[in-house]
Design a protein around this ligand. Structure first.
Ligand SMILES: C[S@@+](CC[C@H](N)C(=O)[O-])C[C@H]1O[C@@H](n2cnc3c(N)ncnc32)[C@H](O)[C@@H]1O
Length: 242
């Protein structure tokens, strides 16, 4: 990768819909991301350009961090392609290097703003799942607009996810958990799906809710983890009886 490909330090995409102050530069390290890292920059490639077009299920993970979920899921579910979108270039580089070292070709890391990417680079009804594990809670009231789960995100998710596809969320933050439940629970296009949540948890590592770095840390600290699954209701189905 030469220097011209690096995203600008202040990439405007990171600040749309709530300023995200992440370092845009890669780390000076020996870790080799191979071809598993894509720097989105100002004009990131679309989902169709990044993912295989062979009918396999495509999932997105928003905020992949150091890539624990991606590494586990690419091993457990080789038939699925997962695009991890991470705003912090150094984390994305680290996660991509782990995929590269493991020889995985069914996942990629993209440096971009996950919410914006879902909105402007993902075709309608193209994802079978969106995973969001331990999203930044932005605890200060004046920063609350930077959270991923704000009122407008439900329409963004509903457009991108196939009928009966899922959103999987985990958080240790009680206040943010309440916000996720309120925002997603009020969305007419989604329904809580506790049965699917429990089924995925029981499926073990590599499935939804596979332990991430933050989950391990929080469990060691004795924090309570809240996990949610929401099913995208069919577009032309009967109205939800709620
Ligand atoms: C608390 S960490 C959790 C990381 C990982 N999911 C885990 O559980 O270990 C939140 C991550 O989300 C990333 N992030 C925050 N907002 C984002 C956004 N809008 N798009 C993509 N990544 C985002 C941050 O850079 C950070 O790596």
């Amino acid at each position: 990768m030469d220097g011209d490909e690096l995203p600008e330090p202040y990439n405007a995409r990171m600040h749309l819909g709530g300023k995200l102050s992440f370092r845009a530069r890669l780390k000076d390290t020996d870790e080799d991301p191979g071809d598993r890292l894509v720097l989105g920059g100002k004009n990131p490639p679309s989902l169709l350009e990044l993912c295989p077009d062979d009918g396999r299920p495509i999932e997105i993970e928003i905020g992949s961090g150091k890539g624990a979920f991606l590494v586990a899921s690419t091993e457990a579910r080789p038939e699925t392609f997962v695009l991890g979108i991470e705003a912090a270039a150094g984390y994305a580089q680290h996660a991509a290097a782990k995929l590269h070292a493991a020889g995985r070709t069914n996942a990629l890391l993209l440096v971009d703003n996950g919410k914006l990417y879902l909105e402007d680079r993902v075709p309608e009804a193209s994802l079978t799942a969106v995973h969001v594990y331990f999203p930044d809670p932005w605890p200060k009231r004046r920063h609350s607009g930077r959270r991923f789960f704000t009122d407008e995100v439900t329409a963004v998710l509903a457009r991108a996810i196939v009928d009966d596809g899922h959103v999987f969320v985990a958080t240790d933050n009680a206040g943010y958990g309440g916000q996720v439940a309120r925002v997603m629970g009020a969305a007419l296009d989604f329904a809580f799906d506790e049965a699917e949540r429990d089924r995925r948890i029981a499926s073990g590592p590599g499935h939804a809710f596979s332990p991430t770095n933050f989950e391990r840390k929080y469990i060691e600290e004795g924090r309570i983890i809240r996990r949610y699954a929401f099913r995208r209701l069919p577009r032309n189905g009967a109205p939800d009886p709620r």
